[in-house]
Design a protein around this ligand. Structure first.
Ligand code: PMT
Length: 221
């Protein structure tokens, strides 16, 4: 039975993966499907929250009763999150956001030229949205949750990332072949800034989402 413990709350969830265009046909992207973020949006709505879902390049159907804001790049995702954050009791960043984008966008398709070496692609840094919204809370008492997708030293990297980003909770999930990105299931440890660690066993992405909302609801009081 779902507890309506988020009634009267507004939550913002980001989902999917950003795409950073190189030219009209190519981009730098990642393997996020949006499933984890959509599961967070669905479960929050079921618990009574008003939900804004900032969705980067996901092809999933919009969950019933959820306000979906489609975005493409990290810069667009930042604008959409910052626009919604001032009204939000909680922000959950499940999106895989590109840390870098190509420095230049070619308005015409980049061609290969006979006998010529390929041009290197120069990258510039994208804004760190999670660090920014954690440092400048749009509302007092707002709960901010990040995700960390790690391949090595998963927990140690997660703990360092939690400190660096300054969020209240960080969901650390391990990336592997056919695991986490794109799959129907996930498993994770949710690290709290208060030192708490909550393990979530392998299961549907909804189960991890429910644990995240349990921890958020506790912190909202
Ligand atoms: O979409 P699915 O296929 O269901 O897969 C789910 C998922 C693997 C994408 C998800 O569970 C997940 O782990 N999301 C975060 C992925 C990630 O790459 O995280 P990161 O370690 O690069 O970033 C850490 C945190 O900072 C994230 O909350 C991210 O949204 C945020 N970030 C990152 C870079 C940036 N420039 N700005 C940010 O806000």
């Amino acid at each position: 039975v779902t507890e309506p413990d988020l009634v009267g709350r507004h939550v913002v969830v980001s989902a999917g993966g950003t795409r950073e265009p190189l030219d009209p046909v190519r981009f730098l992207g990642n393997r996020s499907s949006g499933k984890q973020g959509y599961a967070l949006a669905r479960t929050a709505a079921a618990r009574g929250a008003r939900v804004t879902l900032v969705a980067a390049n996901s092809t999933l159907p919009a969950p019933a009763g959820v306000d979906v804001v489609p975005v493409g790049t990290a810069v667009e995702l930042r604008e959409a999150v910052l626009r919604a954050a001032p009204e939000a009791d909680a922000v959950v960043m499940a999106a895989a956001v590109a840390d870098f984008r190509p420095a230049a966008y070619a308005s015409g398709k980049i061609k290969k030229k006979d006998g010529q070496e390929p041009e290197p692609v120069t990258l510039v840094r994208n804004p760190d949205i999670l660090a920014e919204i954690s440092a400048d809370r749009a509302r007092p008492g707002q709960v901010i949750v990040g995700f960390a997708a790690e391949t090595d030293d998963v927990l140690a990297n997660g703990r360092a990332k939690l400190k660096r980003k300054g969020c209240d909770l960080l969901v650390v999930n391990e990336v592997g072949e056919r695991k986490t990105f794109g799959s129907e299931e996930n498993e994770a440890v949710v690290l709290g800034a208060d030192g708490s660690e909550t393990a979530v066993a392998h299961g549907p992405k909804e189960a991890l989402a429910e644990t995240v909302w349990d921890l958020v609801a506790e912190r909202l009081g």
